[in-house]
Design a protein around this ligand. Structure first.
Ligand code: GLU
Length: 276
């Protein structure tokens, strides 16, 4: 069986130990399966991505001894393709324009009958109301309609995916609510670009952190709606720092470039991460 996996960072900050662990986990899996390892630059959010972060991704991964195939797919080069997916979903009534602000959505979720954790579910406006908002230049996001998807697929009961640690998992796409698939400043959102690319690039095994487990449920639904193949999934543990908290960009976790500058070697990192 062929084995194709990938590491798909977003150049929105410097890579830290958690990224190294994720990249190495995928890369080592590809090597031991005699498979292929791809690197994909997920830079659709132009408001947050910076070229120096992208350059650092290449530098940091090479330092770790990781080798990837070229050319590297950069999502910002393919926005028209993701847009075509979005148009296809719109033509089938599977997405709708949501004019609520993030604050309004947060308030609405807070008022939901099952408490604050309930994910947002909305509905399209009437044609007249929508036309009026558009004419007034009101900003909006395209959201996936779980109701419309449910109708089209006749329920989500048939949707499952293989998770290496959990076995067959029944997908629960409603976990994420009506997810945003595009907004004004980000023409297409993460979920759509990921399923498009994983299929196009022939990815057979998606290996990524446990923090994206919920995303897998949403992406499984998109695969069904877009008629895409479903890869196998592995959600690896998240690396925790000495204080037991997981590394994250926003915490300013020590970056790989800082570690390198401080004289830490890749071998030391491998040992620390439990790779022999
Ligand atoms: N680009 C995503 C991130 O940096 C990861 C996407 C994925 O692995 O599916 O969090």
């Amino acid at each position: 069986m062929s084995f194709v996996t990938r590491f798909a960072p977003s150049p929105t900050g410097w890579l830290h130990r958690g990224h190294a662990f994720s990249a190495l986990t995928a890369w080592r899996a590809a090597r031991s399966a005699g498979g292929r390892f791809l690197l994909r630059i997920e830079d659709i959010d132009a408001t947050r991505c910076r070229p120096e972060y992208e350059a650092a991704i290449f530098e940091d991964l090479a330092w770790l001894g990781i080798e990837w195939e070229t050319p590297v797919r950069r999502q910002s080069d393919h926005l028209a393709d993701y847009r075509a997916d979005l148009d296809a979903l719109a033509a089938r009534g599977l997405i709708y324009r949501c004019f609520r602000t993030r604050k309004e959505v947060a308030e609405e979720i807070g008022r939901a009958p099952h408490g604050p954790m309930e994910a947002f579910r909305g509905a399209p406006l009437s044609a007249d109301e929508e036309a009026a908002r558009l004419a007034a230049g009101a900003p909006y996001a395209w959201r996936l309609s779980l109701d419309a998807a449910d109708r089209e697929l006749g329920g989500f009961g048939q949707l499952s995916f293989h998770d290496e640690d959990r076995g067959t998992v029944a997908a629960r796409p409603a976990l994420g609510g009506d997810v945003v698939l595009a907004r004004k400043d980000v023409g297409v959102a993460y979920h759509l670009a990921v399923v498009h690319d994983d299929a196009l690039q022939g990815v057979t095994h998606v290996i990524r952190g446990e923090d994206l487990f919920e995303a897998t449920h949403v992406q499984r639904l998109l695969q069904a709606l877009l008629g895409l193949p479903v890869p196998a999934y592995r959600h690896h543990r998240l690396l925790a720092g000495a204080d037991g908290r997981r590394y994250a960009k926003r915490d300013r976790a020590e970056t790989l470039r800082e570690l390198r500058a401080a004289g830490v070697t890749p071998d030391e990192l491998f040992r620390e991460m439990g790779f022999e």
